[in-house]
Design a protein around this ligand. Structure first.
Ligand code: CTP
Length: 380
């Protein structure tokens, strides 16, 4: 697999003579498997055309924050959010100064201020500008904020003097980016099974019993495990989320379908992360035709679904088992009980009454009930 496969890299190009070398940087990043989105400053377009980068990257190139108003709202945050890494090569003294103080007056500096992705900066400028204490202070400031600085090379500069300030060779810049992602490959060779979303249990051909799980937690876990190099299978209940990049995603509806998919893969995996909200009960019978309304009341008979994670705990060999406990009261105590009962290695205890206003509103009466029950039992 290519080293940067699936990675989204925003390449910022500023207006220095070395901008032409950024074309090769874009090309090499793309060849290494990355999806490259180029943002050029206005000055950069004086050195290299937008068209060159568009052809090399195979993506639209952003040059201006204001000209495409329809694009703007999507773009300025979209690129900041989408990036797995932002690389600015070449970075002028001016760009570095703006980044150091947080000026956001064009698309590149705005993206830089908005992104949470790691940022790599490759300064390239005249030696005196580079050595100037103001530039050095700005670089130190960025470094302190966690930016990665790719040291400029020494040699003959376009301005006619010899000294430090040359943009390193594109292959060296790309190697630094690759090394960064490789460092993170802590799960290479591991096979991980993740479950996500809620299962749904049919009542008739058009209705089901379900829960409000979005699947976001499991999808994020699966994507992160894949990003760190693991081979990941995601078994998901219905969710509107797209399949995470680099993850084999299997979509199911019911708890029993989830159980079948999980059990089939269980012997071969190193870890299972069960973040799915599995329905504990299913309708005892599924009506062949749509249930018609008749009486004022409709009584549904439910029967127990298998506890998938409990079953995994019983058959545990080499696997690390990680469960989730979403609780609205006595969070730690209930989570600890599940950890022991299901023979887990770890459990993630989520106090959903604290973090989700929707659940809090609806569960407050239940919380009061739980408390009463425990007061009766003298458990505190
Ligand atoms: N789980 C499972 N199969 C089920 C129910 C839950 O595999 N039928 C898993 C969940 O994916 C989660 C863990 O068990 O990782 C705990 O789920 P939770 O719903 O918090 O607990 P339950 O065991 O269902 O207990 P209760 O609903 O009574 O709190």
């Amino acid at each position: 697999m290519e080293l940067l496969s699936g990675k989204k890299i925003v390449l910022g190009v500023t207006g220095g003579i070395a901008a032409y070398k950024a074309v090769e940087v874009a090309s090499r990043l793309r060849k290494a498997g990355a999806e490259v989105h180029v943002i050029m400053t206005r000055e950069a377009t004086e050195f290299v055309t937008e068209l060159t980068f568009r052809e090399i990257s195979g993506q639209p190139v952003t040059t201006d924050m204001w000209s495409k108003v329809t694009h703007f709202r999507v773009e300025h945050i979209a690129l900041a959010n989408l990036a797995d890494l932002v690389l600015i090569a070449p970075a002028t003294a001016n760009l570095i100064a703006k980044a150091a103080v947080g000026i956001a007056d064009d698309m590149l500096t705005t993206t830089l201020l908005a992104t949470k992705a790691p940022v790599f900066i490759a300064p390239a400028m005249n030696t005196n500008m580079y050595d100037n204490p103001v530039t050095q202070r700005n670089i130190a400031e960025l470094q302190q904020r966690g930016f990665h600085i790719i040291d400029p090379a020494s040699g003959h500069l376009a301005c006619g003097i010899n000294g430090k300030g040359r943009l390193p060779e594109p292959c060296d810049i790309v190697r630094e980016v690759e090394a960064f992602f490789q460092q993170e490959q802590t799960l290479t060779g591991r096979r991980i099974l993740v479950t996500a979303g809620g299962t749904i249990e049919p009542l008739d051909p058009v209705r089901y019993i379900g829960n409000r799980s979005t699947g976001r937690m499991g999808y994020a876990v699966a994507a992160e495990a894949a990003r760190r190099g693991a081979e990941v299978v995601l078994v998901s209940g219905p969710s509107s989320l797209p399949d995470p990049t680099g993850v084999e995603t299997i979509r199911i509806d019911t708890a029993r379908q989830m159980q079948a998919e999980v059990m089939e893969r269980y012997p071969a995996v190193d870890a299972v992360i069960m973040s799915a909200a599995v329905a504990d009960y299913r309708p005892k019978t599924v009506a062949a035709d749509k249930i018609k309304k008749s009486d004022d009341e409709l009584v549904l008979h439910l029967e127990r679904n298998p506890d998938i994670l409990f079953g995994l705990g019983q058959q545990k060999q080499q696997q690390v088992l990680i469960g989730f406990a979403a609780e609205t009261c006595n969070v730690e105590e209930y989570a600890r009980r599940k950890l022991a009962k299901k023979n887990l290695d770890y459990i993630v205890a989520n106090d959903v009454s604290q973090t989700d206003a929707w659940i809090r509103r609806r569960y407050e009466p239940y919380q009061a009930l739980c408390k009463r029950r425990h007061d009766d039992l003298n458990i505190h």
